[in-house]
Design a protein around this ligand. Structure first.
Ligand SMILES: [Zn+2]
Length: 511
């Protein structure tokens, strides 16, 4: 008997669901949280809400060093207005992104419509943006606890889940297509975090948390957290501080009104296939292509633009690649955005040259230019990366995805090698010189010089055709071309288009 009691206590301590507790425990946790958040009456009295605050954003996968400190991407002020009866929300953003000008716009999200309003008018959100924003609003709504209270059948005890160093009691709550894991503070009984498991291009299946702190009561008694932190696998990507909260403000329904054209243009996305982290983090970065085609504008397509008989520029999307047809196989530069873009590029390269993709060269580790790397590994391409990033990509190749991708299904072991200062790839007709160049964008950044076509491949340091300013990036490229004696080349970009080297020279001649 003693042993049975001990087993039961041990089970609880470890946070295991004990069958006898299965029925009452989850809803008991929810009830305690509702009471701690001001009580059912105070929460039900909340019909509308206005929150004002500041937000700061970081992106872990735009770091200088692979796996190093996250890049600060911007600061924003916002006013968020909720109408709980209709489920409509409007967030007015005043944003400053690092390296970009200020942006002011509003996002209006309703259960069946999402659109963006700025100084120029309104336009429908892509379905994936709407689905991601809707999920995030469902996660952070102050009424989440009431929804759980009202749907006890959708709440299940989960035992203990780790948050930082603590193991906290948690339940799952299924809403729409999403399973939220709600973790409760053991002392205050309030929600400590609301979690989903998301696909992340670097980490595979990753814990995505919204962590709450500094709860304070509003007039009427309902409590709200004033510090809200979004983390991916413990990396903070957004920190929000609420500076003002107004319960039940008067709302003008005009603030949610969309034009007939905007309504007609909106197409909801299937929630099965939303690249949540891509959408959330590109929006945080101020560089989201608002398209359900993800890597190309709505209705657009990728294409091969011939720069020389053996050199094709992959263009048409937000991020480019380069394909070089060599004698014994194809060399591709960069694997941007997604496995979808990688698959398109591999198939197009094979169709063009009738050869397999033998080598993938990654100019730097930033996830927007490497997220398709696993598809190349599955294709048995050797991967060349800047030194010392071999381990970073080897770990990435071993991660598991929420839905198995080509690599997970094929179980190909990754062939990854580093380029320290220079590497040359040659056959009878083509020479590719790959150089590590000094720069401030990413440690170990590589550029490539393809001869005899005299084409330079550069990513993120210069976007040929659109950038005409002296920047740390253009300076780094200019210096590197001088150092390696490259003259009269055509420069092809990982963004933008192509431009003669003379155009880069002009930026420096003019200053
Ligand atoms: Zn980059």
């Amino acid at each position: 008997m003693l042993r049975v009691v001990f087993a039961l206590v041990a089970g609880l301590a470890a946070g295991c669901a004990v069958p006898a507790m299965g029925q009452s425990a989850p809803n008991e946790l929810v009830k305690q949280a509702v009471a701690a958040a001001g009580g059912e009456q105070a929460l039900r009295a909340l019909k509308t809400l206005r929150l004002q605050g500041n937000a700061r954003f970081w992106e872990p996968d735009q770091s200088i060093l692979a796996g190093g400190l996250s890049l600060l991407t911007g600061d924003s002020k916002f006013v968020a207005t909720w109408d709980f009866a209709s489920g409509a929300t409007r967030t007015d953003w005043d944003r400053t992104f690092v390296g970009q000008g200020p942006q002011k716009y509003s996002e209006i999200v309703m259960p069946k419509l999402g659109f963006v309003a700025d100084g120029k008018g309104t336009h429908a959100m892509s379905g994936i943006r709407h689905a991601a924003q809707l999920r995030e609003l469902q996660r952070v709504t102050p009424l989440l606890l009431l929804k759980m209270l009202d749907a006890p059948g959708d709440v299940a005890f989960e035992g203990g889940l780790k948050l930082n160093a603590a193991v906290l009691p948690a339940v799952t709550f299924k809403e729409g297509g999403t399973t939220f894991h709600v973790l409760f503070n053991k002392i205050t009984k309030l929600p400590a975090a609301v979690r989903t498991l998301d696909e992340d291009s670097v980490r595979g299946t990753a814990i995505f948390d919204v962590v709450y702190d500094n709860w304070k009561p509003m007039a009427g008694g309902a409590m709200l957290p004033h510090f809200v932190t979004y983390t991916v696998a413990d990396n903070a990507i957004c920190r929000i501080t609420i500076t003002e909260m107004t319960p039940n403000p008067q709302i003008d329904s005009e603030m949610f009104a969309a034009s007939v054209e905007t309504k007609a243009a909106f197409k909801p996305a299937s929630t099965n296939n939303v690249p949540y982290q891509w959408v959330i983090r590109r929006l945080n970065f101020g560089r989201f292509l608002d398209s359900d085609d993800v890597f190309v504008p709505q209705g657009g397509s990728l294409k091969l633009t011939e720069l020389a008989p053996n050199v094709q520029h992959v263009t048409g999307g937000s991020h480019n690649g380069l394909v070089v047809g060599m004698k014994d196989g194809v060399v591709v530069f960069d694997a941007p955005v997604s496995d979808g873009q990688a698959r398109w590029t591999i198939d197009a390269a094979k169709a063009k040259y009738g050869k397999p993709v033998k080598t993938l060269v990654l100019t730097h580790h930033h996830s927007d230019h490497t997220a398709g790397v696993r598809t190349y590994i599955a294709e048995r391409a050797a991967v060349l990366v800047p030194s010392p990033n071999r381990k970073y990509f080897a770990l990435l190749a071993l991660t598991q995805r929420p839905v198995p991708d080509e690599l997970e299904k094929k179980k190909v072991s990754a062939d990854i090698a580093e380029i320290k200062d220079q590497m040359d790839l040659k056959d009878d007709g083509i020479e590719i010189h790959i150089y590590r160049i000094a720069n401030t964008h990413a440690d170990g950044m590589l550029i490539a010089h393809i001869m005899p076509a005299n084409i330079v491949w550069v990513t993120d340091l210069w976007s040929p055709g659109s950038e005409t300013a002296k920047t740390p990036g253009t300076t780094a490229l200019h210096e590197a071309l001088k150092k390696h004696g490259i003259q009269g080349a055509t420069i092809a970009g990982g963004h933008g288009a192509t431009a003669p080297q003379a155009e880069l020279d002009r930026i420096f001649a003019a200053n």
